[in-house]
Design a protein around this ligand. Structure first.
Ligand SMILES: Nc1ncnc2c1ncn2[C@@H]1O[C@H](COP(=O)(O)OP(=O)(O)O)[C@@H](O)[C@H]1O
Ligand SMILES: [Mg+2]
Length: 500
């Protein structure tokens, strides 16, 4: 580094007008490098009054303008006002916050004694706090990494998240393990789930992938059935289950997939999508037959894959690949609840068929979305086994803690607390879990009328599955259009049902 000396440049005109002026102060480096490091306000003899007026006008402008900016352009407000304020708050509170949450580590006693002896009255060394990285602003918050001190684990940081949110005056803070010894702290400035924005362009492209809502991080909530093939959706009445299914159906309707419904409440819910359904069962007896037919379809596909020496339908050539089938089961309890003993066999058969579909379906293009108010073991032994097969979990507001535990129980206990905290006025909000993580999300408000209109619009895409011919269309909608046969054109097919 060369010798540095400050140089000062005056803006032209400032002195003559005798008011105030801005001066750019520069440091000049040895190799002729220079950098602007600041702006200074200069004032002449009459200037201070005017400078104060200008500063007051700026402050007033900020006071008046910031709320307007926040209302009309919240993202710009966050970048220009909210984030700098949060940054200052974080810098000021980091050390006391760490100490208050028990995340600071005291210096060695010997060091404190030595510093007291040689420090000539200087304050003793402060406890060590975890080092934090650079703050990265995002459209709705910020994130940064923190290096843990020896003896600390990510969980101790996660416990401090509510205190961090209070200290930085943000909506929520989430702490996740980033890599060994480092955690990622993500802060959301406001609740993006209060009014999730429907994306202008629905994500097109990938088969079986639908953006159904927004995540707490502000990102899209995407259900990708090829990634997580089977889903369990629970929630009390009017918690948002049907709205989520509406959003899913509206996203799947334009895709080349077959939609199959099982709605044992007389088809009240799923018959809305009638024209786009390849099959619909409206009572338990029909459901057992339909689910058994789907198991047969899955077994046929298995034989096809075995013959072709591939492990799943995606390994088959595109022209031979069977249509993916998404089975939507509304109110699972209706399948399992028994009014009398004679219904026991039916309930057992339905449960067994669902479990088999869940076990075999993912590789063979059969996906399950099972919704219900409760999924307790009181519904029967089959329910627990089925629940274990449904890897994707969506827990809306629940009427009892037991249901949240059953939906998310094998996951982080924080997820259960988050699900129980959903209020009735937050319909559509849910805690999602798949794999080892969990997040809060809210579905897009897709009304029944919209879902019905979308189903009608894409009715011409409804694939005809010969195996399910008995259940074609809904009672109200009448038979749907038979456009495409699953594998009926395949001359090698030995399945007699292919020719029904
Ligand atoms: N994502 C959402 N955003 C806003 N409001 C919602 C959302 N989901 C549901 N609601 C409101 O809650 C009501 C009940 O939702 P619904 O999906 O029918 O519940 P459920 O099927 O669980 O009984 C809807 O009519 C709607 O007014
Ligand atoms: Mg409903």
């Amino acid at each position: 580094m060369g010798e540095r000396r400050p140089t000062r440049r005056r803006l032209p005109g400032g002195r003559d007008q005798g008011t105030f002026r801005l001066a750019v102060v520069r440091w000049r480096g040895g190799q002729g490098r220079c950098a602007v490091i600041g702006l200074a306000v200069q004032s002449s003899a009459q200037g201070p009054g005017i400078a104060l007026v200008v500063l007051a006008a700026l402050a007033l402008g900020l006071l008046v303008g910031a709320p307007v900016l926040r209302r009309h352009c919240p993202v710009a407000w966050w970048y220009f006002v909210g984030f700098p304020c949060a940054w200052v708050r974080l810098a000021r509170t980091w050390r006391p916050l760490m100490a208050g949450c028990g995340l600071a580590v005291s210096r060695k006693a010997a060091l404190v004694v030595v510093s007291g002896l040689v420090g000539k009255g200087a304050p003793p060394p402060q406890p060590r706090v975890p080092a934090r990285g650079v703050l990265h602003p995002t459209a709705g918050g910020f994130w940064f990494l923190v290096r843990l001190l020896p003896g600390q684990v990510p969980d101790s940081f996660a416990k401090a998240a509510p205190a961090m949110a209070e200290g930085w005056q943000v909506h929520a803070v989430r702490v996740t393990a980033h890599r060994p010894g480092v955690v990622r702290v993500v802060a959301s400035a406001t609740d993006p789930l209060r009014e999730p924005r429907i994306p202008r362009h629905q994500e097109s492209g990938r088969l079986l992938r639908v953006a159904v809502g927004a995540l707490e991080t502000g990102a899209q909530w995407v259900i990708d059935l090829r990634e997580v093939p089977h889903w369990l959706v629970v929630g009390a009445t009017r918690s948002g289950k049907s709205t989520l299914i509406n959003a899913l159906v509206a996203g799947l309707a334009p895709q080349p997939v077959a939609l199959v419904g099982v709605d044992c409440k007389g088809g009240m819910e799923l018959s809305l999508y009638g024209p786009r359904l390849s099959a619909l069962a409206t009572d338990r007896r029909q459901a057992v037959k339909l689910l058994s037919a789907l198991v047969d379809l899955t077994l046929d596909r298995m034989a096809v894959c075995r013959t072709a020496h591939v492990r799943n339908i995606w390994g088959l050539p595109e022209e031979d690949r069977p249509t993916p089938v998404v089975v939507i089961v509304d109110e699972i309890a209706e399948l399992f609840l028994l009014a009398n003993r004679s219904e026991k066999d039916e309930a057992q058969a339905a449960g067994t068929a669902l479990i088999r579909l869940a076990q075999l379906g993912a590789a063979l293009g059969v996906f399950l979305v099972v919704a219900g108010q409760r999924v307790g073991s009181d519904l029967g032994p089959g329910v627990t086994a089925l629940r274990a097969q449904l890897g994707g979990r969506v827990c809306h507001r629940v009427a009892d803690p037991g249901t949240a535990e059953m939906a998310l129980g094998d996951l982080n206990p924080d997820a259960i607390k988050a699900a129980q905290a959903i209020r009735p006025d937050q319909a559509g909000t849910a805690v999602l879990a798949s794999g080892d993580g969990w997040e809060r999300a809210r579905s897009h408000l897709v009304s029944e009328t919209q879902a019905e209109a979308t189903a009608a619009e894409y009715a011409h895409l409804t694939p005809y599955l010969p195996e399910l011919a008995d259940f074609f269309g809904s009672p109200s909608a009448g038979p749907a259009v038979h456009l495409e046969r699953l594998d009926g054109d395949n001359p090698d097919s030995k399945n007699p049902r292919d020719h029904t």
